[in-house]
Design a protein around this ligand. Structure first.
Ligand SMILES: Cc1cc2nc3c(=O)[nH]c(=O)nc-3n(C[C@H](O)[C@H](O)[C@H](O)COP(=O)(O)OP(=O)(O)OC[C@H]3O[C@@H](n4cnc5c(N)ncnc54)[C@H](O)[C@@H]3O)c2cc1C
Length: 808
């Protein structure tokens, strides 16, 4: 075994082998995979081997499509059969709500290049003869579903990687990982040490144990999972004989089951409600090629539905039940990427669908390790979407919830209850008493809207019970003044003698003068966005930065990786050590003036001013800015002052009819201003020109900034896409995000977000289209729940296009 390597991959399951293959294919051949046993000694060997392109997140779906397309290549390169059967499949809907969901999936597929088609239940039964069509209301046909041989695929990756020059060491257990003073990693195994720059934790069932070696508690947990294999079935034999083809895959969402042909019989797997965690706290090292005891009672309710939906199962015997564990992250998507605070330590774990996702995970991770960028938008599987708050108990609650809902519908207005409330602000009880309906962002409870007594969200794809109430919250802001809790923003404090120069290079904007703020896009070397912030110069060399709450860990990882080595700059994420309130609307200044002795008149405290001001008794940092696009203020205070500041504002606001507003109203307000937001409109695949943030980029900044050359090139060449706001002729349902945008009868773009703008009384969608058509006045349609609705571009904001209200 080599004693030095550029990279070490820990774990020879499908994921580790894919990572190794991709690193080698990308040119890193001085890499070694360490496996404590034979390859596939974790969850990989007993997998059902199913593969699918669909995923709730379109970017993950793209990587799944890539994974499936890869099998031919690795088979040819390695000479190892992967056993791929690209049978195609049907996704079945037993309810209208499910069919609505599937229509959304089809809409996404259109711009992802995934060939999906809504079909009738009887057409599904013609394709998949075991279905009882009376049990379903419709289906979607997917030509890219199939199954494969899990062991064959894993060995094919490993053999292909070896052919390219990488090494695989079996029966080599990593026992510890130590960071040396020179920054290299010492990977300690039962067969000696390997010194390396880069370590990948692809430990699968043991990912937690490998993480703990470097002091990391990863939010992953294994669940038991069962599938059964039937005796040979005459229906299967007849079909094979009649058509010369295998029985295609089926996913029966409402039965929570999946099925496919397995030799002369069928395989049926289920995500049962009464699920069971496996090895809650740590995974035994002596577990390997074993199976767990089947427990048919646990899956009986799902099987009952399965046997009703697929009656041929009632007449056949069960040959075998497989029960094996595999790992999940709290939201069911993989955990991939570099770990904040551990340079050169990467994770590729929590991969619950290794045969659909393993290739994409390997591709993204190898790009990231070699090029410094994953090369795709992988936010949905970035390990940085979790922070320290994702504890073991939280993970346990969420993983169980996720498993039991694997095939359940999640409506756009549905908030999942497990693991909550976790983080709350001091106002939680006060706002709950006012009817706050809570959502969650980065573990923090966030008010979505305020419901009158007895009213709550009815889950739906269409406008629901909150509609009129959110409309009233919007009206309170636009007609008078509204107050909202904004603690969910990420807040950073930057100090030190080098702070200004560092921020100047990190951010693409011009630096504001003391007492001023600016919008601050942050770019990567390739000129694409990696953040958008509000940057405030609070004076005396101190800086305050506010950005997307969900991206706190993501941005801290970036900030810390770019800090100078000489300690001249300190950055601190304030998290909930700083809470916030916002007031907005034409009467906002009047309310503010009542609670402070400071001069908050327009000349003294103009748009984008920032100052430390007493709000009642509480000392706060106040910025004159509002995401509502109205006259407004963001007010920041340590949590111990939040109630006092809130009370002062609410009392002062009484005479102006102050009303509470939540994030759904905020969404409605920002949409009529054409404002985008991080993780929706602004993501690391768009350039500032494409995203409409170019006006905040100081292209001529002498000091330069990260991504400057690429940003200038984008400006010269014009980029490829444009972000646009559309008014949609919608009736009872608005866009959610990820819908297809059609132009002249062809799918040309995708929706990033949208909703109903109550003040303008318009349904609005924001999304990207090619620049060539981005200024066409008409010809657009946006697909909602399978129906195309006429849409037109709204170039100027519907509200306060001349910024008169905002700057007054
Ligand atoms: C019953 C069942 C059915 C499934 N069906 C499907 C399906 O149809 N489709 C699908 O896509 N997925 C399916 N899965 C999930 C799939 O098996 C996983 O997504 C996949 O196996 C994850 O692979 P991995 O490489 O991340 O982890 P693992 O397979 O667990 O591999 C991790 C490897 O790392 C090694 N290792 C760990 N720690 C160390 C160490 N310290 N030193 C050296 N080596 C170490 C282990 O020995 C192991 O070989 C199923 C799983 C089960 C249990």
């Amino acid at each position: 075994m080599k004693s030095h390597a550029k990279g070490v991959v820990i774990g020879g399951g499908v994921v580790g082998c894919s990572v190794l293959f991709h690193l080698a294919r990308h040119g890193w051949t001085d890499v070694v995979l360490l496996e404590r046993d034979e390859l596939t000694s974790g969850s990989t060997w007993h997998a059902a081997g199913g593969m699918h392109t669909i995923n709730g997140d379109p970017n993950v779906a793209k990587l799944q499509k890539y994974t499936i397309s890869l099998y031919k290549e690795i088979e040819e390169l390695s000479g190892q059969a992967t056993g791929v059967h690209l049978t195609g499949g049907v996704l079945l809907a037993a309810t209208e709500a499910r069919l609505d969901w599937l229509r959304g999936v089809v809409s996404k597929g259109r711009y992802l290049g995934i060939d999906l088609e809504v079909i009738l239940a009887k057409e599904a039964a013609e394709l998949m003869p075991l279905i009882d069509p009376k049990q379903f209301v419709g289906a979607v046909r997917n030509k890219e579903d199939g199954h494969l041989d899990p062991s064959g695929v894993t060995h094919a990756y490993a053999k292909a990687a070896r052919k390219l020059g990488a090494e695989v060491e079996r029966f080599t257990k990593v026992e510890d990982i130590v960071r040396r003073p020179d920054g290299l990693w010492r990977v300690i195994t039962n067969r000696g040490d390997v010194i390396t720059e880069q370590v990948v934790n692809a430990g699968g069932l043991w990912a937690r144990e490998v993480g703990r070696m470097v002091g990391l508690e990863l939010p992953v947990l294994a669940m038991e999972h069962m599938y059964l294999i039937t005796e040979d079935m005459p229906e299967v034999a007849d079909w094979n004989k009649k058509t010369g083809t295998e029985i295609i895959h089926a996913v029966d969402f409402d039965g929570e089951i999946y099925l496919r042909q397995e030799r002369g019989g069928m395989l049926m797997g289920t995500y049962e409600k009464a699920n069971k965690v496996w090895s809650e706290f740590s995974t035994p090292w002596n577990f390997g090629h074993e199976l767990l005891e089947p427990d048919i009672d646990r899956i009986a309710p799902s099987l009952e539905v399965g046997f009703r939906h697929f009656p041929a199962f009632q007449k056949t015997g069960i040959k075998q039940i497989i029960n094996g564990p595999f790992t999940f992250a709290p939201d069911g998507n993989p955990l991939v990427g570099p770990v904040r605070g551990l340079p050169g330590f990467w994770v590729a774990c929590g991969v619950m669908a290794g045969f659909s996702q393993g290739g994409g995970v390997g591709l993204a991770l190898s790009n990231w390790m070699i090029e410094g960028d994953p090369g795709a938008d992988i936010w949905a599987m970035d390990v940085a979407r979790y922070g320290d708050w994702a504890t073991m108990t939280y993970t346990n609650a969420k993983v169980r919830e996720n498993y039991s809902r694997r095939f359940s519908i999640r409506f756009p207005n549905e908030e999942l209850p497990a693991g909550r409330p976790l983080k709350t602000t001091p106002l939680y009880d006060t706002l709950s008493a006012k009817g706050a309906q809570w959502g969650v962002a980065f573990g923090l409870e966030v008010p979505l809207w305020y419901a009158p007594e007895g009213v709550k969200d009815e889950f739906s794809w269409r406008r629901s019970t909150d509609f009129d109430h959110v409309g009233s919250e919007v009206a309170a802001v636009r007609n008078g003044v509204g107050l909202s809790e904004i603690s969910s923003f990420a807040k950073y404090k930057v100090t030190g003698e080098g702070a200004a120069a560092w921020l100047d290079r990190l951010l693409a904007c011009r630096m504001p003068k003391p007492g001023r703020m600016t919008l601050a896009p942050m770019l990567k070397e390739d000129g694409k966005l990696i953040g958008d912030f509000t940057l405030a110069n609070v004076g005396e060399g101190d800086w305050f930065v506010a950005g997307s709450g969900v991206a706190e860990q993501y941005h801290m990882r970036w900030f810390e990786a770019h800090l100078p080595k000489d300690d001249s700059v300190q950055i601190k994420s304030l998290g909930q050590k700083l809470t916030g309130l916002a007031i907005a609307g034409p009467k906002a200044r009047a309310v503010l003036a009542k609670v402070t002795r400071a001069d908050v008149s327009n000349p003294a405290f103009p748009f984008m001013a920032v100052a430390t001001i007493d709000i009642g008794m509480a000392r706060c940092l106040v910025g004159r800015v509002s995401y509502t696009g109205d006259l407004g203020y963001e007010i920041w205070m340590p949590p111990e002052y939040q109630r006092a500041a809130y009370q002062a504002l609410i009392t002062a606001g009484e005479e102006f009819g102050i009303g509470m507003f939540g994030s759904r109203a905020l969404n409605a307000l920002r949409l009529e201003k054409n404002y985008g937001s991080w993780a929706r409109e602004y993501r690391p695949i768009y350039g500032p020109l494409e995203a409409g943030l170019d006006r905040f980029v100081a292209y001529g900044k002498e000091a330069g900034f990260i991504g400057k050359e690429a940003a200038i090139a984008e400006r010269k060449q014009g980029g490829k896409l444009r972000l646009r706001a559309f008014i949609v002729e919608a009736t009872d349902a608005d866009v959610i995000g990820d819908e297809a945008i059609w132009h002249d009868g062809v799918v040309r773009g995708w929706v990033t977000s949208g909703g109903y703008a109550h003040n303008a009384k318009k349904s609005i969608a924001m999304g990207y289209v090619p620049k060539e058509i981005a200024d066409r006045p008409d010809g657009f349609e946006i697909e909602i729940l399978g129906k195309r609705h006429a849409a037109r571009i709204q170039a100027t904001p519907l509200f306060d296009a001349n910024f008169e209200r905002m700057r007054a």
